[in-house]
Design a protein. Sequence first.
Length: 220
Amino acid sequence: MNALIFEDNSIQRIILKELLEQKCNMSIVGEFSNPLAYINNKLIQEPDVIFLDIEMPGMTGIEFLDSTPINCPVIITSSKKEYAFDAFQFNVIAYLLKPFSLTELKKAISKIPSDKKKEDSLNITSGGNMLKLYYNDILFIKGAVNYVEIHTTHKMHLIYTSLNAIENKLPKNIFMRVHRSSIVNLNYVRNFNKNTIIINGNEIKVSHSYKPLLLEKIQQ
């Protein structure tokens, strides 16, 4: 399994790397002191999991999660527990509070889904209830200030989160952002003119910048 590490403390970064390589049978595909260094240096090999510190120079871990599409699970490694609520709005599977033990590290790693157990659903909290929404049932998603509307074949769910947080949890081969405030399920795109998609009678605007990629995907 391949891991990517974000840690601005060089000693802690070395310790984590050694634990992952020597005790957890992982390969390190990249290690960075802050997210900006990663953004400016693309990796040759994609990670299976990201170990992410929160307080880093230039860009915090939360800012990184909110601004960057991430296609793998994230394990937070932080010395402060007050960031936990914000972190779990994203694709975070565990929150390790420094200093953590090898046992705690292995427990967090055990939560990484295997290829055979990849989720085909999105877990959300709506109206105080935990819900599982299957990808095939989600038509489109719209951002509404501090909330997100998830429109399914059955009903609309309103949840308190950001559109970026939801986007990071969705598979890119099924869903695509077509506007700063809209994500669509590509399987439901039937009618598409130069500025609008029609899904189940709903008109969804398409931004000029997203149009070429959208055309490419629906023609595949």
